[in-house]
Design a binder for this molecule. Structure first.
Ligand code: C2E
Ligand code: MG
Ligand code: MG
Ligand code: MG
Length: 288
């Protein structure tokens, strides 16, 4: 009996696996077309600096307008794009497009672009960054590249050399989703990041318990001591904002400040003052 159960289970598993493979194959085929047919677009999510009390930049987030499925979220297609190597082509497009959009913004507003580890390692990456800057005319210091710990798991000296080459171009580098991997603190010491983005799971309930706050505080102190700009991701409420600020973070990103918006909406977004912040004026400095 148990034998038959086992076989059924195996068949079920086989079916599931087959369905999963089939789905990925479909996504792969569609992804190849998507690049050719120009089905990708970028939305931009604001980041705010506490010190300047204003929007300091926007993160570029890719969206796929699938002709049948509708809008497909990045997490539903990026892994296939990485496995097939298509991420290099897609990522190059995002870079160029993000720079082209950002050059139309006020000079003091930066653009952050996510870079997959496969794209980061690609031989053509440095050229892709250089050409996105050159073709758009964007000042290199306005471009931030966001990489994650996955990229840092590779050969140290190769990663370091690439980071230094990028910094020589004048672009800045952020460490994204900080804290969800491991041996993270060492990464802060080892690599020359300009910014560290603390992962949403430390900021938002139900994950943000008392211990999470201590971690945020420690990372904010350490990052700041290393000369990095420390940003907290995923801030949705005024309470979270107040706590993050108390914990010593210099900047935030999250639905409270703004959801990702279309390029055409950025002009008017920048004209409207950030309403939630009006109630949270800076505490008076000591001695003033
Ligand atoms: P990420 O780089 O950590 O980007 C932040 C993600 O959190 C975005 O999801 C954003 O919409 C979402 N988010 C921001 N604030 C909040 C908030 O307050 N609450 C909640 N619930 N969510 C918030 P999105 O756009 O779905 O992107 C998911 C991930 O996909 C990104 O995480 C990034 O790792 C990857 N990704 C997006 N665009 C690109 C791209 O152009 N290239 C590469 N390689 N990866 C990308
Ligand atoms: Mg990011
Ligand atoms: Mg992130
Ligand atoms: Mg993420």
């Amino acid at each position: 009996e148990s034998k038959r159960g086992g076989r059924n289970q195996f068949n079920w598993f086989k079916d599931e696996m087959f369905a999963e493979l089939e789905k990925r194959r479909e996504i792969e085929i569609d992804l190849r077309k998507a690049v050719l047919l120009d089905q990708f677009k970028i939305v931009f999510q604001p980041q705010m600096s506490f010190e300047q009390q204003k929007v300091s930049g926007f993160e570029a987030l890719i969206r796929w307008d699938h002709p049948v499925r509708g809008e497909v979220a990045p997490l539903d297609f990026l892994s296939v794009a990485e496995e097939t190597g298509l991420i290099v082509e897609i990522g190059t497009w995002v870079l160029a497009e993000a720079c082209k959009t950002a050059v139309t913004w006020p000079e003091d507003i930066a653009v952050a672009v996510n870079v997959s580890s496969i794209q980061f390692e690609d031989d053509g990456f440095l050229t892709a960054v250089g050409s996105a800057l050159e073709k758009s005319g964007l000042s290199p210091h306005r471009l931030e590249l966001e990489i994650t710990e996955t990229t840092l798991l590779k050969n140290d000296s190769v990663v370091l050399e690439r980071m230094n080459d990028l910094r020589a171009l004048g672009v800045r580098i952020s460490l994204d989703d900080f804290g969800i991997g491991y041996s993270s603190l060492n990464y802060l010491r080892k690599y020359p990041f300009d910014k560290v983005k603390i992962d949403q799971s430390f900021v938002r309930e139900p994950f943000a318990d008392e211990n999470a706050h201590h971690i945020v505080e420690a990372v904010a102190q350490l990052g700041t001591a290393f000369g990095m700009n420390v940003l907290a991701e995923g801030v949705e409420t005024v309470e979270q904002l107040a706590r993050i600020r108390q914990n010593g973070c210099a900047a935030i990103q999250g639905y409270l400040i703004g959801r990702p918006i279309k390029p055409a909406e950025i002009g008017s977004f920048l004209e409207v003052p950030l309403p939630e912040l009006a109630s949270l004026q800076s505490p008076p400095k000591e001695g003033s």
